[in-house]
Design a binder for this molecule. Structure first.
Ligand SMILES: [Zn+2]
Length: 428
């Protein structure tokens, strides 16, 4: 009996699976027809869309329930919905809700969630303004942020403010994938909007509010692109309007070493040796410019010239800082810099620099073979044997001179030697 019941159950099961397999075949294996479901607009009376018949308040209530990211996706459904969403995000109520003006976070999770929120806002504005011309698009977008003091130069001096970083992530998300011409328009728009060039000029000439300019440019324009080729574009835009001396000055303001007390280490570079971490950002910026010029087949002479201006701001730097910056700039730049000086007959200067480059290699743990190859390459710059011999002789006498200086300092117990052995720490 039990066996019979089981058999009939199995029979039923097999009939069901047969039916279900037929159904599956009908549903999934037959060729798919294109969707022909009429839209709400088509279903409604001609000339009146579904949205036109939906009360605005109800549409707003729907949007109120969606996240910023969901609204951004929704805005791509149709032109009508996109227009509705642009009106919706222009309301004071939405701006108050979505564009936060609280950037002084006590904890890291809050900081991370604000950054993510501004990334989502970047996507929303990117998607819902897609059909507008660039200038109109930028005007619409940046008008929404004019009331935020933490996005504005010289408005917020709180050290832990995440305003500029949020603004930078927003801008990066907004313009990701835009071509160079459009990025130029963005840069010009920002310059007009916040008087960036006039403010930069004021900072360079008066050494006033340097850190505000540094944080704005780094966090809004440069750092969000630090791992991407677009970073070169923004640095070039910032430097290009200025003569070489001002470019060096601006490079220092943007990437120069920052002391733990929150000031730029202008005088420290002159008076004492700084560790390699302090010069790392500056070296990366120089390297970025150098590679960018090479990639575009432009003459690279201007970069060593900017370097020469840089290492005398505010006065000639401690020679170990110059040597360390050259080492950090890498083989190609270091050789170009020394070779151009060699060809100009500045042998005592490059010989002394090479001695300190060798010292930096020893102190920072670089392979000495690198320094030997560098010296050989510089030696090959000279066409005549006599010039090569002269260079080697200069180098030899500089080694003796520097060794004697160190010996005398160690005998007299001078502070200079102590600073060479124990470089001052700076904020990274
Ligand atoms: Zn702030």
């Amino acid at each position: 009996m039990a066996v019979g019941r089981k058999a009939s159950r199995n029979e039923g099961k097999s009939r069901w699976s047969e039916k279900s397999s037929q159904l599956c075949k009908r549903l999934f294996l037959r060729p798919r027809q294109p969707r022909t479901v009429p839209s709400r607009r088509q279903a409604a009376s001609p000339g009146v869309s579904y949205l036109d018949r939906l009360p605005v308040e109800l549409f707003d209530m729907i949007l109120d329930k969606l996240s910023v990211l969901e609204i951004s996706v929704f805005s791509m459904v149709s032109k009508d919905i996109c227009r509705y969403i642009m009106d919706y995000i222009s309301t004071l109520a939405w701006k108050k809700k979505a564009i936060s003006s609280h950037f002084h976070h006590p904890s890291c999770p809050e900081w991370v969630s604000t950054i993510q929120h501004y990334r989502d806002l970047g996507l929303l504005f990117k998607r819902c303004t897609l059909l507008l011309p660039t200038k109109e698009r930028l005007r619409f977008i940046f008008n929404k942020f004019t009331h935020v003091p933490c996005f504005t130069l010289e408005q917020c001096l709180t050290p832990q403010c995440s305003g500029f970083s949020s603004y930078g992530i927003f801008l990066q998300t907004l313009i990701a994938g835009w071509d160079e011409l459009e990025c130029h328009r963005v840069f010009n728009f920002l310059c007009d909007n916040i008087n960036l060039l006039q403010r930069t000029e004021a900072v360079i000439t008066a050494n006033f509010q340097e850190l505000q300019l540094r944080f704005f440019c780094r966090r809004v324009l440069l750092d969000p692109w630090s791992q991407k080729p677009e970073g070169d574009f923004w640095l070039l835009q910032l430097l290009q309007p200025w003569p070489m001396v001002s470019q060096a000055h601006l490079l220092f303001i943007l990437y120069g070493p920052l002391m733990p007390e929150g000031v730029l280490a202008w005088q420290d570079l002159v008076e004492r040796e700084l560790p390699h971490q302090a010069l790392w950002d500056l070296a990366q910026a120089i390297l970025m410019l150098f590679s960018q010029f090479k990639a575009k087949h432009l003459t690279v002479d201007s970069i060593p010239a900017i370097f020469e201006e840089l290492i005398v701001i505010p006065q000639p730097w401690h020679v170990l800082n110059v040597a360390r910056l050259l080492v950090l700039c890498g083989n190609d730049f270091c050789f170009t810099f020394l070779a151009s000086k060699a060809l100009n007959g500045r042998l005592p200067e490059i010989s002394r620099l090479i001695v300190f480059i060798i010292l930096v290699c020893e102190k920072d743990g670089y392979h000495m073979n690198w320094a030997v190859k560098l010296v050989k390459a510089v030696c090959d710059v000279f066409a005549k044997v006599n010039d090569k011999y002269n260079f080697i002789q200069q180098l030899e006498s500089k080694f003796s001179e520097v060794t004697r200086e160190f010996f005398e300092m160690s005998v007299s117990g001078e502070a200079g030697l102590r600073s060479i052995l124990h470089p001052k720490q700076v904020e990274i």
